[in-house]
Ligand binder design. Structure first.
Ligand code: UDP
Length: 329
């Protein structure tokens, strides 16, 4: 019998790719999403239950009915800037709602949670690449909300033996190589979709936030990781927990950094079009360089990225945007 996996936030960018991946590997994803930001059209591999992660009655019903082997938690707000102007919204959802889910898991004796964390838990890097041992000094409510949940998970494990894996993503990017899923946020704040929307003339011009950083070309450097490589890491983490593995946290990045200008150049290469851009002031809270070491995931999970270079990541992104200029709409 197929194992049921609850995918909280499975209609979103990473969650939807995860569902496809799990279904291909013989699991049965069950999506819980309130569709506040997710897309109904992105839920193609498994049932969609429309509802809130904070709805304890609904969760109790789902845990009794489906007897989930594991839970993957993608249902968080992700806009760093908004987390600064509206922290209540972020703590309420990213922390408060998460606690409801955890309590429900505890009531039902469910375990094996895979939590979408972020390199934002580290804050300004003291050294590059960032390893899991780097101190935690998140610099915005978004990063703090992720760290708080990680700490709550650790307490739940100590008290109730609830096992979890925190996966700290660097910059998720790219799209399903089959072209069935892609990245579509509303509002869009991420660099790569914004670049391609500009290429497709959905936007007039791209803003580059700062060209006076202490980097080779003055623009920020980030570590972009393909969405399917993220999905595979989740699967490996899931298999490890199902075999009785202990709670752990892993960075997920390629260990290679690309500047905003390099990303623009690559977009021009893969699309064979020009990206009009203008330099704007720095965005608050953007460290100059974020590059992760995923050695622990390589060593302990046997993870290896299949899209280690920016070109292959951006080709899949371009294919999605080119064929879905309006996103899922
Ligand atoms: N960025 C930019 N213009 C934009 C959006 C992003 O120059 O319109 C830069 C941003 O400052 C950062 C990088 O692109 O250095 C990646 O930003 P994104 O929001 O995609 O991801 P983040 O690093 O914030 O998770």
């Amino acid at each position: 019998m197929k194992k049921n996996i609850l995918i909280a936030g499975g209609a979103g960018y990473i969650g939807s790719h995860m569902c496809k991946y799990l279904a291909e590997k013989g699991f049965r994803p069950v999506v819980l999403d309130n569709l506040a930001y997710g897309h109904r059209q992105a839920v193609k591999w498994g049932e969609l239950i429309e509802g809130d992660v904070s709805d304890s009655r609904l969760l109790d019903r789902l845990f009794s009915e489906y007897r989930f082997s594991a839970v993957m938690y993608f249902a968080a707000f992700i806009n760093v800037g908004e987390s600064v102007t509206d922290p209540a919204k972020y703590y309420q959802n990213n922390v408060g709602a998460a606690i409801h889910l955890l309590e429900s898991m505890q009531r039902h004796g469910a375990g094996n949670l895979i939590f979408s964390s972020s390199c934002a838990v580290y804050g300004e890097p003291q050294e590059i690449p960032l390893t899991e041992k780097h101190p935690y000094h998140p610099i915005n409510p978004y990063g703090r909300s992720k760290l708080m949940v990680e700490q709550i998970l650790s307490d739940f494990d100590a008290a109730y033996g609830m096992k979890y894996t925190s996966l700290r993503y660097f910059n998720a990017a790219g799209a399903d190589p089959d072209g069935e899923l892609g990245e579509d946020h509303n509002p869009e704040t991420h660099l790569i979709p914004l670049i391609f929307q500009t290429v497709l003339e959905k936007r007039e011009i791209l803003s580059v936030f700062g060209d006076d950083y202490p980097t080779k070309d003055g623009t920020c450097i980030r570590d972009y990781i393909h969405i399917n490589d993220l999905a595979r890491a989740h699967l490996l983490a899931l298999e490890r927990l199902l075999k009785g593995g202990d709670s752990a946290a892993y960075n997920l990045g390629n260990g290679a950094g690309y500047s905003v200008k390099e990303v623009i150049d690559m977009a021009e290469k893969v699309s064979a079009k020009t990206v009009p851009y203008e330099i704007k002031p720095r965005r608050a809270g953007d460290p100059p360089v974020l590059i992760g070491s995923a050695e622990k995931a390589v060593r302990e999970l046997g993870w290896k990225p299949e899209f280690p270079d920016l070109e292959s990541i951006m080709k899949t992104a371009w294919d999605w945007h080119r064929t879905h200029p309006e996103g899922y709409r």
